[in-house]
Design a protein around this ligand. Structure first.
Ligand code: NDP
Length: 284
């Protein structure tokens, strides 16, 4: 008998270690279901020693792509066939896309952030303060500069990482960047348009942690963004809301980077609201 059904799903995944608490599967599979796509998103624990074999497996089993999380975002690059220009500049890949038989690395963290930012302000010509200089800060800095922001103040605890991001922005984008070492409460310059927490301060379980900022210098005209997705209502988010600032929480960025990955893998524009609701359910 002829069976018109296919029992073979298309596969995508996230590799990380630890990875069990990563909620991306729940968000992406909610969208697969909503858009009636017979796809699966697998959450897979892969150790650094097994990353090369993991990518070979993904290739051999015809996965359509995947995400990378801690600690694989930098190391994975050597096992791929190439990266997009932005991911190359950032020096980190959080999303693999299959193009024919090639696996290409993309970075959707910064793009997801810029998409959230554009919902409240046009990045062109903006002066931006970024707390942190790690992977998230690099992705946000590069993509916000590509989107047209002109001045960056990087506020970071360690000099080396801070200098590396400042150099990247000054040498590889059209923006101007400077470093301020973060050794006490930081006063936000009056002319600042956008303030971003790209550190892990406030992330579960250390939910009461506060950024060392002189909050008197935070003005209602400044857009305030926090990358922390869990919990989304960080001390910074709450303080900025009390001040009357337009606020972006870490869930928006997480949803938007997922939206971009979903589009790249499936060719379908997912409904971001379905994805956000799935995450809110997880974090409620
Ligand atoms: P990294 O480890 O690469 O960088 C962490 C940064 O935070 C560094 O600049 C570090 O400073 C700084 N930092 C950490 N703790 C402190 C502290 N107590 N005081 C001052 N500075 C501190 O991490 P990532 O950039 O990959 O991730 C950062 C955060 O972004 C994570 O919480 C992650 O969950 C979140 N994230 C959110 C995404 C989203 O979609 N919402 C996407 C990607 C990441 P130093 O250089 O001095 O060590």
């Amino acid at each position: 008998m002829n069976n018109p059904r296919s029992f073979k799903q298309e596969l995508v995944s996230v590799f990380g270690q630890p990875v069990a608490e990563n909620p991306t599967q729940y968000m992406i599979e909610a969208a697969f279901k909503h858009h009636q796509l017979d796809w699966r998103y697998l959450t897979i624990e892969v150790s650094p020693e097994d990353l090369e074999n993991g990518v070979k497996g993904l290739r051999a089993m015809g996965f359509r792509g995947g995400n990378l999380t801690i600690p694989h975002k930098v190391e994975v690059i050597q096992y791929l066939d190439g990266t997009t220009e932005a991911a190359g500049l950032i020096g980190a890949v959080n999303c693999i896309i299959r193009e024919g038989d090639k696996l290409i690395g993309e970075n959707t963290d910064g793009k997801g952030f810029v998409q959230s930012l554009k919902e409240v302000t046009d990045p062109v010509g903006k002066k931006v303060v970024i707390f942190g200089a790690g992977g998230a800060a690099r992705a946000i800095g590069v993509e916000t500069a590509i989107a047209g922001a002109t001045e960056f103040t990087i506020v970071n605890r360690s000099q080396e990482r801070g200098e590396s991001l400042v150099k990247l922005l000054n040498e590889k984008t059209d923006s101007k960047a400077k470093l301020v070492l973060w050794d006490g409460p930081f006063s936000i310059p009056e002319e600042t348009d956008v303030v971003i927490n790209a550190t892990s301060i406030g992330l579960y379980p250390d939910v009461s942690a506060e950024l060392a900022i002189d909050f008197f210098t935070l003005k209602p005209e400044m857009v305030v963004a926090d990358v922390i997705p869990n919990p989304p209502r960080t001390h910074l988010v709450q303080t900025a809301e009390e001040k009357g600032c337009p606020v972006l929480d870490g869930l928006g960025m997480l949803v938007n980077q997922g939206v971009i990955g979903f589009q790249l893998w499936t060719g379908v524009d997912p409904d971001p609201q379905i994805m956000r609701e799935a995450l809110e359910e997880v974090f409620s």
